[in-house]
Design a protein around this ligand. Structure first.
Ligand SMILES: Cc1cc2nc3c(=O)[nH]c(=O)nc-3n(C[C@H](O)[C@H](O)[C@H](O)COP(=O)(O)OP(=O)(O)OC[C@H]3O[C@@H](n4cnc5c(N)ncnc54)[C@H](O)[C@@H]3O)c2cc1C
Length: 491
């Protein structure tokens, strides 16, 4: 105990101020804790183990567009295992059909035309519409569509790249990889300094890149942008603390085949104790809750559309289970009383369109920076989570999702015909998995909170400066009943 007691952060300081209002919305930290840990976490974790959500198509071989990728992570924990196409359920029958709703052979059949009205009520000759478009024009128009779609997107989409592979996410969990130092810092610095609407011109030579106190100078939209990125950063760092490499076979410990993984309390304190972070960490943690709210609101808004999806994998039983699980979770999400209110953003003033374009362009840049991450596993999860967040932002802010038929008061969009499909498979996979990561981080915070209070109590007992009741076996009983005394291990 003596050694531990000399450490700078031996208290629950990481959590002391993590209560109350989140800022920029009406919701409170404690409300989200309960809602997530009890209602959402078990549901979303089960959903992302379904085949539809396990396989993510991504190109990890894209060149970094901003600088030479000079510092690749050599640790074995950085590597990822890709899947062959044949091992992806439903690949042959369904995965590639998503952009082609009708095959040329069936498209003009009598059955396919059965919805067409009789032509007795018009003169076919006078009403003839010449639909001919030259091959050259068709080629150009196809480019317009790609351009317009891209314009609406907040991320680059890899899934049609020849170099994209399917990755089984369950085989490549997000956890500690040892990726750090200049390469990792360059990524975070670029994200914050070049793409996060910096509050001041180049004010910080080193850490932290942005001071929370400067955020009040920003307009709501820019603050939301920064907080979303910072929340994602928090989530990534919580995951590496909660699935840290505790021992390696090579070090002679008895451990599962790939080493033993579990929570590292010291690492967590180093990153999130206010005394170690110039008082910034409480805000970073709040930003995690903030981005969680943002993504949850996107799920609520797109809910009726998502409830219409097939979630096709070629296994009817599993597909039905997936649809039901999603419908069930969305029902719970609709019931959340304090959703993020995006309707106050990008309102009024002549600069709104410019700001919206900037917002989208900055985010697209961040998604491209992910190609510069020098560790494949970090890159995989970085790309997936930025694509998930980008999809959420698209749902919240792009014009296509804000059509006049939308019903903002119910927080839902109307049901749409399949041909109006607005999200691709990879976007849906990324959206749910990204939300699952945030949900998991909030749940992991609860574990760290319990571990820290348990540690604090033990130390107080050793010194004896606690009320009599606590010195007795009662205190021990309490610690045990909280289930906090034993850190979990992961394989
Ligand atoms: C896209 C990406 C994915 C990654 N994935 C993994 C992974 O899966 N596993 C793994 O082990 N490592 C991963 N890393 C590395 C990890 O995030 C850290 O960069 C690394 O552990 C070094 O940590 P650090 O203490 O130097 O601070 P960093 O996390 O690198 O942060 C740099 C500086 O940013 C500031 N900062 C920290 N957190 C926040 C926040 N939430 N909001 C605002 N500012 C903040 C602080 O001033 C800090 O000193 C990833 C890095 C990137 C860029």
């Amino acid at each position: 105990y003596d050694t531990e007691l000399t450490k700078p952060c031996d208290s629950t300081a990481c959590f002391d101020e993590l209560h109350g209002s989140l800022g920029d919305c009406s919701c409170k930290v404690d409300t989200i804790d309960f809602f997530n840990n009890v209602k959402i976490f078990p549901r979303i974790q089960s959903i992302v183990t379904k085949d539809y959500f396990r396989f993510y198509k991504v190109n990890l071989k894209k060149e970094c567009p901003f600088w030479a990728d000079d510092s690749r992570c050599a640790m074995k924990y950085c590597h990822i295992k890709t899947c062959t196409k044949e091992s992806v359920p439903g690949y042959e029958t369904g995965y590639n059909n998503e952009y082609v709703d009708e095959t040329p052979a069936t498209k003009y059949s009598k059955e396919a035309q059965s919805d067409c009205k009789s032509d007795l009520d018009h003169d076919p000759q006078l009403g003839y519409l010449n639909m001919t478009i030259s091959a050259a024009n068709q080629y150009e128009i196809a480019k317009w569509k790609v351009h317009d779609d891209a314009h609406d997107n907040f991320c680059e989409n890899d899934d049609r790249d020849a170099d994209a592979d399917y990755v089984d996410l369950t085989l490549n969990p997000e956890r500690y990889t040892g990726y750090k130092g200049p390469s990792a810092h360059r990524i975070w610095r670029s994200i914050y300094q070049e793409n996060c609407f910096r509050p001041k011109l180049n004010p910080y030579e080193s850490f932290p890149y942005v001071l929370s106190s400067d955020l009040s100078n920003l307009c709501l939209e820019k603050r939301v942008f920064y907080r979303a990125i910072s929340g994602l950063h928090t989530s990534i760092n919580i995951h590496l603390c909660s699935k840290f490499l505790l021992s390696e076979k090579s070090l002679g410990f008895v451990a599962p085949p790939e080493g033993e993984w579990g929570p590292n309390l010291e690492e967590f304190q180093r990153r999130f104790d206010p005394s170690q972070t110039m008082g910034e960490s409480t805000n970073w943690l709040k930003n995690l809750y903030f981005v969680y709210l943002l993504e949850m609101r996107a799920l609520a808004k797109a809910g009726p559309y998502l409830e219409q999806e097939e979630y096709f994998t070629g296994n009817p039983t599993e597909d039905e289970e997936t649809r039901q699980a999603i419908s069930n979770m969305l029902g719970v999400i609709y019931s959340f009383p304090e959703h993020f209110n995006e309707s106050s953003m990008f309102k009024g003033g002549s600069q709104v369109e410019t700001l919206k374009n900037e917002f989208r362009d900055h985010f697209r840049n961040i998604s491209r920076i992910m190609d510069c991450v020098g560790c494949d596993k970090c890159k995989l999860w970085g790309k997936l989570q930025t694509q998930g967040l980008g999809t959420a932002l698209k749902i919240l802010f792009s014009d296509k999702w804000n059509s006049p038929e939308a019903d903002p008061s119910s927080g839902k969009l109307p049901l749409r015909h399949k041909s109006h499909k607005k999200l691709q498979r990879t976007e849906i996979v990324a959206l749910f998995n990204a939300f699952a990561r945030l949900s998991n981080s909030i749940r992991e915070l609860e574990n760290f909170r319990i571990m820290l209070s348990s540690l604090k109590e033990t130390k107080l007992n050793v010194f004896g400066n606690v009320p009599d009741r606590k010195r007795s076996g009662e205190a021990k009983k309490e610690a045990c009943s909280s289930g906090a005394e034993k850190p979990r291990t992961w394989s």
